[in-house]
Design a protein around this ligand. Structure first.
Ligand code: NAP
Length: 342
């Protein structure tokens, strides 16, 4: 495509928002038409993020002032509930939207309400939304009007598991996903647990077992892959680093480690952003920080030990804004890696 597409960003003052601006400002096919903020309307973006000065700058506008804008695509970096509300006027006028929140990810409105404690404002649209995991929904993404960008933990957990459940769901007895995330995973909004003295030089578990909101999203996608209901144990942890997620997946299965490794290596052989390593060559967060890659490898599986997968990604890139740009590239016919290789 030769013409640039115009885009807008709701909630541009967020961590995912600045990451999106960084990526889109140097994307050759995109022009950023508006950026919004509820608490800082009329403020220069470079005042809030001085690092972006000289690369991109604009004045933030209030969310309600965005509705008169006509753009090709709107990204939402807003919290759930607010996100669907503010995207609705754009969806109604036919604009293509990419939602980084959870609002269009969960297909069953009852499950959404149960986990997000909020009645979905547009239940009918859930059927229309496409789950934005390019490695498994590329064709549907190309034609999507409402794109639900996956959760950060979710991407790290389901990328290694979907191919296994697709091929051999019947011989997977259980999965425990033990995940760790850097503090930016919780956003820029102030929270006591994320303050320096609480998070730095510390390590903690939270929402363990079956209580984190990413659990139903993982179960939805794994059940679709297995063609039967799948449940899993998911235990997230807060790592005292800025960015990155590392998930260790314990998989009780009749498959050997070598078989799992072979299934995954074959599945992702031609994927630009999934790098499968040799068995036992475990990736770490530094290998993927600031990139759109998800790296993974298998190990374990002997002496009574379950098969183990280790997967890692940057929560703000492959776990959020990078994956959103990958989805936009597919939706608008750009090369899938455009603006994402560095
Ligand atoms: N952080 C991650 O690693 C990550 C990864 C994947 C997905 N996500 C999802 O992406 C979305 C953004 O996450 P984030 O961590 O980047 O968020 P964040 O840093 O906490 O920022 C939230 C943004 O939403 C705006 N906002 C908050 N309440 C609002 C309201 N009632 N009305 C209008 N605007 C409001 C804030 O804008 P102002 O204060 O300027 O008004 C801010 O720009 C969330 O849905 C999150 O679940 C996050």
């Amino acid at each position: 495509v030769s013409k640039k597409i115009s885009i807008g960003i709701l909630g541009a003052t967020s961590y995912t928002g600045i990451e999106l601006v960084r990526l889109l400002a140097r994307h050759p096919g995109v022009s950023i038409s508006f950026i919004s903020s509820r608490s800082n309307p009329n403020e220069r973006y470079s005042k809030i993020f001085p690092e972006i000065k000289g690369i991109f700058d604009a004045t933030l506008i209030a969310p309600e002032d965005t509705y008169t804008e006509t753009v090709d695509c709107v990204f939402s970096c807003l919290p759930h509930a607010v996100s669907a509300e503010l995207l609705l006027p754009f969806i109604e006028k036919g604009t293509r939207v990419i939602d980084l929140s959870a609002d269009f990810r969960i297909k069953d409105p009852h499950i959404y309400e149960q986990w997000y404690k909020h009645k979905h404002p547009a239940v009918d649209l859930l059927k229309k939304s496409v789950y934005g995991l390019p490695e498994h929904y590329r064709k549907q993404i190309a034609g999507a009007q409402i794109l639900a960008n996956p959760g950060c933990y979710v991407t790290s957990v389901i990328l290694p598991l979907i191919p296994l459940f697709k091929k051999a769901g019947a011989v997977i007895e259980w999965v425990i996903a033990d995940s760790k995330s850097g503090v930016s995973g919780a956003g820029r909004t102030l929270k006591m647990t994320n303050s320096f003295c609480e998070a730095h030089d510390n390590f903690s578990a939270y929402a363990v077992g079956h209580s984190h909101r990413h659990t139903p999203e993982m179960e939805q996608e794994l059940s679709l892959a297995a063609k039967k209901p799948v449940t899993l144990t998911f235990s997230p942890h807060l790592l005292p680093i800025n960015r990155g997620i590392l998930s260790t997946l314990y998989i009780k299965t009749a498959l050997s480690t070598a078989e799992c490794q072979a299934i995954i290596a074959a599945e992702y052989a031609n994927e630009p952003f999934v790098r499968v390593r040799e068995a036992g060559d475990l990736p770490d967060i530094h290998d993927v920080a600031y990139t759109n890659y998800c790296d993974m490898a298998f190990t374990g599986g002997s002496d009574g030990c379950p098969v183990i997968a280790v997967s890692t990604l940057d929560n703000l890139v492959k776990g959020a804004s990078g994956q959103a740009v990958q989805n936009m590239n597919i939706m608008f016919g750009f090369g899938e890696t455009t603006g994402l290789l560095r």
